[in-house]
Ligand binder design. Structure first.
Ligand SMILES: Cc1cc2nc3c(=O)[nH]c(=O)nc-3n(C[C@H](O)[C@H](O)[C@H](O)COP(=O)(O)OP(=O)(O)OC[C@H]3O[C@@H](n4cnc5c(N)ncnc54)[C@H](O)[C@@H]3O)c2cc1C
Length: 216
């Protein structure tokens, strides 16, 4: 199991803002922004043990750092009145050893908790559900489902889960750590230099390691 921490907060969204979720990276700082329509859901990555230090510097310093990183937010960072508007979130990446037992099958985050990195946790949960429907639907309808049948879902979905989590952890541990340490990570420099290389992580994260299609 791996843990990762960040500050999680909302800022109002305006019509003139960019219309896609995105992230901002600068040496020592990293901010992910998810477009939720009326507001931006923001996640600011915190170096290990850094939350208390940031809090001690005060909410003004935090607001300024957000505005420096993303200048178009400068006119609304004051909606963060104090630290009660900023939650400290601990994200875990983990997996069950066994996804099923008699009468129970765990899929999605119940079987494998995903990090927000790449925004793929929902994809994986839906792909698990599609795979489960494809593999078990007919037997369920025919009342002939066995525990061994249920275990097949884990065999199909564990590999894509492992690979996706490994990519998330790589990004988390190498790229994010380097950014927070104000270094230019090798992986980012390579992706910057070779546009073709960028397609691979985009494809793996966007379509998934093992895409699923409804067959039933
Ligand atoms: C901070 C954060 C941001 C994330 N951002 C993204 C993102 O932008 N895009 C993305 O794809 N993934 C994201 N993820 C990962 C994503 O949230 C999960 O991988 C995904 O939600 C898993 O879906 P799920 O249906 O398996 O579980 P969940 O979405 O957790 O759904 C489980 C549901 O079961 C309900 N429940 C729990 N216990 C009970 C009970 N006893 N009785 C009835 N209901 C119950 C819960 O309330 C919940 O609604 C993020 C994760 C984190 C931690």
């Amino acid at each position: 199991m791996r843990r990762w921490m960040f500050f999680w907060f909302k800022l109002p969204r305006k019509d003139s803002d960019p219309d896609e979720s995105f992230g901002r990276i600068a040496p020592g700082r990293m901010l992910a922004m998810i477009d939720r329509g009326a507001y931006w859901q923001c996640g600011c990555v915190i170096p290990k043990g850094g939350a208390e230090e940031l809090r001690q510097k005060g909410i003004d310093a935090f607001r300024e750092s957000i505005a420096r990183l993303t200048p178009f937010l400068a006119d609304r960072v004051d909606t963060l009145k104090d630290w009660t508007n900023v939650s400290l979130l601990t994200v875990q990446v983990n997996r069950l050893k066994k996804w099923s037992r008699p009468g129970l099958l765990c899929i999605g985050d119940a079987a494998h908790a995903m990090s927000p990195v790449g925004g793929v946790g929902v994809n994986l949960a839906i792909q698990d559900a599609v795979a489960a429907a494809n593999l078990l639907g007919a037997k369920l309808r025919g009342n002939s489902l066995s525990d061994a049948d249920v275990a097949v879902v884990q065999r199909r979905r564990e590999f894509p889960t492992r690979v996706t989590q490994a990519i998330q952890l790589f990004i988390q541990n190498r790229v994010v750590r380097s950014v927070l340490a104000a270094e230019a990570p090798l992986a980012l420099r390579l992706l910057n230099a070779m546009p073709l290389l960028r397609r691979l992580p985009a494809r793996l994260m966007g379509l998934g390691v093992r895409p699923e299609h409804i067959e039933t």
